[in-house]
Ligand binder design. Structure first.
Ligand code: 6MZ
Length: 365
């Protein structure tokens, strides 16, 4: 049996040290202050207003989407996309992430000659190069996003690209993300795209009920069904939706800081909807959403959840390990990750043995 330290409360340091899986990270929302500052310094000509960034706790969901617009104006060429993708992978890796699924909306920009295909190539190229240059310390997949704020034509193009790259880069592109401003009300038009993704064997992570009163839309998307649910903040509002999700066992990607900062969840961590789902033993995966926009990191999110639920170290590590079952990758990747968790438990035992020996010596002296 594995021994874990008996202590009350999980530390941020412990959450940093354990291996982790990140499954819900929007590339442009994940840019750190350091990366944004670097880009702002380079593009003083744009005279960008950073007002939405400075609102802190007063921020609304609308302000978050204003921030994305600012970031998008800075990330305007394939060179910058390549560079920021590497920065983001580096930061997740430094935070103890061993497997990362990055999602991003392919975009074209006539001025810089960037089209969607070049966008895809830049992200895939950065992932390949980062892994190659850093001895495979982290595995990274890329889920092209479909933005519900854009047109159906745009969505179909992204699906086509996702399908094509899932064949030419099958080790990297394994599924799609469906996201965008949740206040748009005509999401039904994207049903054929989600059904199309399923038909061609792409996994799908779908933002569902991130804001109130989206139950009809949620019922419709659940009928596909998605492979993972993003946020699911208001799924419990309607009895039939709640029981159908419970029954389906579709994992929920939980992003506590994001929900609080965008005012869709009360500020008390214990009142976050994930506490209810975890209480039902429904599969939940702790994620960041937009670690830059919401000033967070995956270990901070584990710290929040572990303390809200009064988890022990052993339970926290088990929670991070449970995410492996829900990754959009094959069984070999799952086995590789499970081995990393197994090794980390051995390290834990060795550390305890070492500390125990030291205290024995101390007592003798
Ligand atoms: C819905 C979100 C989101 O694609 O340019 N995005 N969509 N809800 C959220 N919760 C706060 N956070 C981010 O990254 C930014 C894009 O991700 C989606 C939005 O479409 C945003 O424009 P990329 O890399």
């Amino acid at each position: 049996a594995i021994l874990f330290r008996m202590q009350s409360g999980i530390t941020q340091e412990f959450c940093q040290q354990i291996p982790k899986v990140e499954l819900h990270a929007h590339l442009n929302g994940s840019l750190s202050n350091k990366t944004i500052k670097k880009l702002l310094d380079r593009r003083r000509d744009l005279k960008i207003s950073t007002a939405a960034f400075e609102k802190g706790e007063q921020r609304t969901m609308g302000d978050c989407f204003e921030m994305f617009k600012v970031i998008h104006s800075l990330v305007d060429s394939t060179e910058v996309i390549y560079e920021v993708t590497k920065d983001v992978i580096e930061e997740f890796s430094a935070d103890g992430v061993k497997y990362l699924e990055l999602r991003s909306t392919p975009k074209g920009l006539v001025e810089s000659g960037m089209d969607k295909r070049r966008y895809m190539d830049a992200v895939v190229g950065a992932i390949r190069d980062y892994k190659h240059d850093n001895d495979d310390v982290i595995d990274v997949k890329f889920l092209p996003s479909i933005d519900r704020g854009r047109s159906i034509k745009d969505a179909q193009e992204n699906l086509k690209l996702a399908e094509e790259y899932s064949i030419s880069c099958e080790d990297i592109v394994t599924g799609i993300d469906f996201s965008g401003n949740p206040y748009t009300t005509d999401a039904a038009k994207f049903m054929p795209v989600l059904q199309g993704a399923q038909r061609v064997g792409l996994k799908s992570a779908v933002h569902l009920s991130e804001v109130k009163d989206r139950s009809d839309e949620t019922r419709m998307f659940l009928s596909v069904p998605p492979d993972r649910i993003g946020h699911g903040t208001f799924l419990t509002d309607e009895e039939d939706v709640k029981s159908s999700v419970l029954e389906s066992r579709i994992p929920i990607e939980v992003c506590v800081s994001s929900n609080i900062a965008s005012n869709t969840s009360p500020p008390e961590h214990i009142k976050h909807h994930s506490v209810w789902w975890m209480g039902q033993e429904h599969p939940c995966v702790v994620c960041t959403d937009d670690k830059g926009v919401f000033s967070t990191g995956l270990s901070s999110e584990y710290f929040i959840i572990a303390n809200a639920l009064s988890l022990s170290e052993e339970q926290t590590l088990k929670l991070s390990e449970s995410a492996i079952d829900f990754i959009f990758a094959d069984e070999n990747m799952k086995a590789k990750l499970k081995q990393i968790w197994k090794e980390s438990k051995k390290d834990e035992v060795l550390e305890i043995t070492f500390v125990t020996c030291l205290s024995c010596l101390d007592m003798k002296n």
